[in-house]
Write a new protein. Structure first.
Length: 234
């Protein structure tokens, strides 16, 4: 629903590109595209995918016109290397993990938008390795984005408390703080061993597809980069 709403999250996304040169391309790793093996969207005109159910009709009516680029997909695949064996995909498009953010960010029309799939056939350290290989794309005008919710367990939502300002389960607050602290310390060893996280994190990430994009993005960072958190609660 953030795609339709005006709040602190969406306002921060509006400012995502402020102060940076217009990106040549934006590459998203979304929680919502899982494959066996790594795939990259390569169509020239990616479709808007409404990959959800049970939401207001106006959300299904959102369209995000964007251009893709087979040439940039080829560049990404070459950058990843032959041992990764990434493949071009001409059928997926842009899922809501991507367009729900970009409708607020509003990148330039000439910026190509691509997605990289979550490869479920590899172990956690390989997510970091793929991210590390993507790092050089940043120097070539490609903005890298990971999309997902660290606390993502709809089965445990207290719908009676939905809409109460600053409400959260204690375990959700604990999980959020644990991950934020580890990211700020760049504790990659802890972050990749998420199977051994405490119970609060197990509840928060459950099937982990919303967590894994973070590992790709951490791999694409360098040790001396400063991390900021725009949506932390005091």
């Amino acid at each position: 629903m953030n795609a339709l709403e005006k709040n602190s999250f969406t306002e921060a996304w509006q400012n995502l590109l402020v102060g940076f040169p217009p990106p040549r391309a934006i590459l998203f790793v979304s929680a919502h595209w899982e494959t066996r093996g790594t795939q990259v969207t390569a169509m020239e005109v990616p479709r808007t995918i409404h990959d959800f159910g049970g939401f207001p009709q106006e959300l299904y009516e959102v369209e995000f016109p964007a251009k893709g680029s087979e040439a940039i997909a080829d560049e990404i695949i070459e950058t990843l290397g032959t041992d990764i064996g990434a493949q071009k995909n001409f059928s997926w498009g842009l899922d809501h993990g991507t367009w729900s953010i970009l409708v607020h960010t509003k990148p330039p029309k000439e910026t190509a938008i691509l997605q990289l799939s979550l490869d479920l056939s590899i172990d956690t350290t390989k997510f970091l390795e793929i991210g590390k290989r993507l790092q050089s794309l940043r120097e070539r005008g490609v903005l890298l984005c990971g999309s997902g919710n660290i606390v993502h367990n709809l089965r445990l939502v207290d719908w009676n408390a939905f809409g109460i300002d600053d409400y959260a389960h204690p375990w959700a607050r604990e999980a959020d703080a644990l991950i934020r602290d580890a990211v700020l310390r760049r504790d990659l060893e802890t972050l990749t061993a998420f199977e051994s996280f405490p119970q609060s994190m197990q509840w928060a990430i459950n099937s982990a597809e919303h967590y894994i994009p973070l590992l790709y993005m951490l791999g694409a960072t360098t040790a001396d980069e400063r991390v900021t958190v725009f949506n932390a609660k005091a």
